[in-house]
Design a protein around this ligand. Structure first.
Ligand code: T1G
Length: 692
């Protein structure tokens, strides 16, 4: 075994050289790995005893791409292009042996090789689009040559890895070898290549599939049409399609140059910086400072769900999807039947779309036990209460659950706002009580706010975070405060939105600005979707807000065909002259002199108070880090990932600019804009939220 460098070894099995990369955790193409790869290929090519080279990785995976942490830093080590030249320019077959995930630059290195073998569990993908960039080592030029333009565009625009089986079908790999026997399989393949004098096949030389697309611009027009909605606001996909187009129209080396130009442009954009930030933020969010990874966790085999309404049903589906038995409890047979029917209907719809088989549906429904008595959850390891948002009702249920649930069972509340410590205080096990705030629809939305109470025990937190990962959620640990993190910040935006339509804007102006900023919808369209009558009652309504007036006029949102907007049969929203008059009359009654409100003011008044509230949340310790807040907003409220989240956006705009604006607004509009001490401190120390 000859070490080429600290992460690369070169050995020989007879006349076959084996170049092994070993750079945990994922053999990313760091400077050392790139340098070792180039040197290793060079040494093997130069060794007269060597007839073929196997490139393989130690550890859990083949190269999982460029080292994302190196982006934006001064380049170090041997550029990948040199390894490409050494492989394609060499006179010996190089066989890539793939296990785990060959992603991004890792997949591109494999495509530079003459042959590729893999174990069936291997996966291949080009996820660069998720980092706001495109391939930088030939993926946009080689993949279309192997699998055609449409398949390559699908793989590059989705960024979703595909299986070893699909790779074989597509001719991306030449053979699948026995699981767990990659090295042996690759050596056998190399042996055959030597004995059969296999040609030095270079993907760059394949032309038929790209030629087939030449002169067919309709192919790209269709791809653009099919993806325009999904990529609203994103920049990278345009670069990806231009590079793939170059693969069709230009000779290989010119196409490579075009790809490189697009890559270089995108890697410096704010969008890519934001998406790379989110990549690491999604991994950091799981880490809890005082709950180490080896904290014991409790086995969760059965979950109780109290309430079979919209939230209870969605929450149950998460556990059923993960193969965990669920005991769901309702107060009436009618409500229970309605809840069960909704769950089955959701599964049937998914099966109709081919994403589940009828057997899968039956397996999931088979794990679901309905009940009308709380006693039914006595053998559950974890119980989630998902009933009406009322403190007295929740406390009553927790008192009962405390007596019924077995010793060691965890009791969680799906409250969106209420004080978890107060709920826990009515039980004898406050250390086993916490919040699990799911987002509607709970079986779809990825986010879970795990609310840590004053007494919540560390194993309970560790268990709940682990359970969240098991049911496919991204969990952020937050502290007890009204509305926790997401809703607490949302309140700031909604407050300003309501003030803005009084001062001079219209609901559709505010929504347009927020929509154009990249969120799926603005505050008023969102209110109409949720229903304007949440927390409203006819008896107590006094026309004291525009929302109350709308409810009194039975304009309660989409469900009544009218709210802040008028809706047609297809539920398309239209600005409403009725609402416009209501707002003007209400403002006049309030003695408000309406004025022109710029789009810039709308954006700053809706976003900056949120950031300011985020700063308060951090200084109160209700969130561990600024990037957790960003993960919450991206996964729970549709904040565009290419803007990194509210706190990252504050760093992009500049905390000093946010502070200056808050002070300007405070001077004219008062307390609501009082800057958080943390924001003041950051600016004074010239720091950013992401450096906290
Ligand atoms: N660079 C740097 N660090 C990485 C990394 C990467 N590419 N991939 C993973 N890590 C770190 C991660 O931060 C974590 O660190 C640890 O490894 C385990 O990751 C030229 C330009 C491979 C499927 O986008 O999708 O190639 O938190 O927790 O769930 O055209 O990581 O432990 O300190 O995610 O088992 C393209 C990114 C790069 C793949 C494993 N490649 N990685 O998932 O573990 S751009 C990617 C992943 C590129 C070329 C272009 C996943 C994984 P820590 P993990 P996992």
């Amino acid at each position: 075994m000859a070490a080429v460098n600290s992460v690369t070894d070169l050995t020989r099995e007879g006349d076959i050289a084996v170049l092994t990369l070993d750079s945990p955790p994922v053999n990313a193409l760091s400077a050392d790995v790139r340098t070792g790869l180039r040197a290793g290929i060079g040494d093997a090519m130069a060794d007269p005893a060597v007839k073929a080279i196997v490139l393989i990785c130690a550890g859990r995976t083949f190269i999982a791409g460029a080292d994302i942490a190196e982006f934006g830093k001064p380049p170090r080590g041997t550029p990948l292009s040199e390894s490409q030249a050494a492989i394609e320019g060499g006179n010996k077959p190089v066989i890539a042996a793939v296990h785990g995930t060959a992603l991004g630059g890792g997949f591109e290195v494999a495509l530079m090789c003459h042959y590729r073998v893999a174990v069936p569990s291997a996966r291949f993908g080009l996820p660069e689009i998720k980092l706001g960039i495109i391939q930088g080592a030939g993926g946009t030029q080689r993949l279309p040559r192997l699998i055609g333009v449409e398949n390559a565009a699908e793989a590059i625009l989705s960024g979703t890895p595909f299986s070893g089986k699909r790779a074989l079908e597509w001719g991306v790999i030449d053979a699948l070898v026995e699981e767990g026997k990659l090295r042996e399989g690759a050596l056998a393949f190399a042996r055959k290549a030597i004995d059969s004098k296999a040609p030095l096949r270079k993907v760059r030389d394949l032309q038929d599939k790209v030629e087939a697309a030449r002169g067919h611009p309709e192919i790209f027009e269709k791809i653009r049409r099919d993806n325009a909605r999904k990529f609203r606001g994103f920049e990278a996909w345009h670069g990806a399609l231009r590079a793939i187009q170059a693969a069709v129209d230009l000779p290989f080396d010119e196409g490579m140059k075009r790809e490189r130009e697009e890559f270089q442009k995108l890697v410096t954009t704010d969008q890519s910086k934001a998406q790379r930030y989110v990549f690491f933020a999604e991994r950091k969010v799981w880490k809890v400072a005082d709950v180490p990874d080896d904290t014991p966790t409790l086995p969760i085999k059965k979950v109780g769900v109290i309430g079979a309404g919209t939230m209870g049903g969605g929450i149950s589906m998460n556990f059923l999807n993960a193969g965990i038995a669920v005991q769901i409890v309702e107060t009436s047979q009618q409500a229970l039947d309605r809840g069960l029917a909704t769950i089955r209907r959701n599964y049937d719809n998914t099966a109709k779309k081919g994403r589940l088989t009828p057997a899968d549906v039956e397996t999931r429904m088979g794990l679901l036990s309905p009940g009308l008595n709380l006693d039914a959850v006595s053998d559950c390891d974890f119980v989630v209460e998902a009933v009406y948002e009322n403190m007295d009702i929740k406390k009553d249920i927790f008192r009962k659950l405390d007596k019924i649930a077995k010793k060691g069972a965890i009791l969680a509340s799906n409250t969106s706002y209420l004080n978890i410590d107060e709920i826990a205080s009515v039980t004898s096990r406050p250390d086993h009580v916490l919040g699990t705030h799911f987002f509607s629809p709970a079986n779809v939305m990825r986010l879970l706010e795990v609310v840590r109470g004053d007494k919540t025990a560390k194993p309970v937190i560790a268990t709940t975070m682990q359970l969240a990962r098991k049911i496919g959620k991204i969990a952020a640990l937050v502290g007890v405060c009204h509305g926790f993190v997401g809703n607490r910040m949302l309140h700031e935006r909604q407050r300003e939105a309501n003030k803005l339509i009084l001062e001079g804007a219209m609901p559709w102006d505010v929504d347009r600005v927020i929509y154009d900023f990249g969120l799926p919808m603005g505050p008023f369209a969102m209110s109409d979707l949720a229903g304007l009558d949440i927390g409203w009652s006819k008896q107590t309504s006094k026309s004291s807000t525009i929302r109350e007036i709308l409810c009194e006029l039975d304009r309660r949102g989409q469900k009544t065909g009218a709210g802040f907007y008028d809706y047609d049969e297809a539920r398309n929203a239209k600005p409403s002259p009725v609402v416009e008059k209501i707002i003007l009359d209400f403002a006049a009654k309030k003695g408000v002199n309406r004025r022109a409100v710029s789009d810039e003011e709308i954006l700053e008044r809706c976003i900056y108070p949120m950031i300011n509230e985020g700063a308060k949340i951090l200084e109160e310790g209700k969130a561990q880090r600024a990037s957790d807040i960003d993960i919450i907003w991206i996964n729970g409220y549709g904040w565009p990932v290419y803007r990194g989240g509210p706190m990252f956006y504050a760093d992009l705009v500049g905390p000093d600019k946010v502070l200056a604006k808050m002070k300007e607004f405070e001077a004219t509009m008062g307390e609501d804009f009082k800057p958080a001490p943390l924001l003041e401190r950051l600016v004074a120390e010239k720091k950013q939220f992401q450096n906290l």
